[in-house]
Design a protein. Structure first.
Length: 283
């Protein structure tokens, strides 16, 4: 069933677990994520990042994700990841995304707040949830223009209160696109943010976190984790193994039948790691 972000994050906040927001790149891995959620009877978020939107028209992404969400037996949110232009976010809302992220993290605080307020005003009338970011989560590779800056708790409070958001992404040592755990989480900074911000919080760069830190974070106000790299790694590793096992294999559907179970298994592992308490708890 198609839902917006608030419909799955509020139960997560109350239940002290978190929801996986999976960056996927087409039908096969999106379907594998939904199948993982259905097997565990868990809510899930399908996310379209910038790389996917540069490869596939946003309209097609929206239709694909919405179709999967509407047919799913579990709550599925269709989310637009980091987007920097207000007009682009509004276009995505019109195309059917049930949740959007307006990323003004590279802007001065006042401009970030102003952009968020514009998006929220547009989204509210259409029952669409809005996420923003304060501070700046860096990238391990690519996006060299994105700076690294821990979230200032008072700025987080202002953006949350003045912006009217549904969820707030924070920078507490997390890093996008790390290929192995290595990030050091500033839990003291997170505690300061939690004392001032009552919204559900979001962590980007989950693949770079140690499992113990993920479990610990999922027991705080962080109840949305963006996940991408570990899915791509599972996909790539399974394809390499397929060619090793059979050098003559070439059919796309045969390859997907090998790769997608690996993606589903990894999605199930992450949903469980985020503390999903089991079927029947919130559905």
């Amino acid at each position: 069933m198609l839902v917006n972000l608030s419909e799955i994050l509020q139960p997560a906040l109350e239940g002290r677990y978190a929801v996986g927001c999976f960056n996927v790149f087409g039908y096969e891995d999106a379907r594998a994520v939904v199948q993982a959620a259905e097997r565990l009877e868990a809510p899930v978020i399908l996310s379209a990042n910038l790389d996917l939107r540069q490869f596939m028209p946003v309209k097609m992404v929206a239709e694909l994700f919405r179709g999967l969400a509407e047919e799913a037996r579990v709550p599925v949110c269709v989310h637009l990841d980091h987007t920097y232009a207000v007009d682009d976010v509004m276009d995505a809302i019109d195309l059917g995304f049930s949740s959007v992220m307006i990323d003004g993290s590279q802007l001065p605080l006042e401009e970030n707040i102003a952009a968020v307020k514009r998006v929220v005003a547009y989204a509210r009338a259409r029952s669409v949830s809005v996420e923003a970011e304060i501070g700046s989560v860096p990238y391990a590779e690519g996006r060299d223009h994105i700076r690294s800056e821990l979230t200032d708790p008072d700025e987080a409070r202002r953006l949350a209160e003045e912006g009217g958001l549904d969820a707030l992404a924070v920078s507490v040592g997390n890093v996008h696109r790390l290929t192995a755990p290595g990030a050091t989480v500033a839990f003291d900074r997170l505690k300061e943010i939690e004392a001032l911000v009552r919204l559900p919080l979001v962590i980007h760069g989950t693949s770079g976190l140690y499992e113990d830190d993920i479990r610990r974070l999922a027991r705080t106000r962080v109840c949305k984790f963006n996940i991408g790299t570990v899915l791509r790694q599972a996909f790539g590793a399974s394809l390499r193994q397929a060619f090793t096992d059979d050098a003559a294999i070439y059919d796309r559907l045969d390859l997907m039948k090998i790769a997608m179970p690996a993606v589903q298994k990894e999605a199930e592992r992450m949903i469980t790691l985020l503390g999903w308490p089991g079927s029947g708890k919130t559905l």
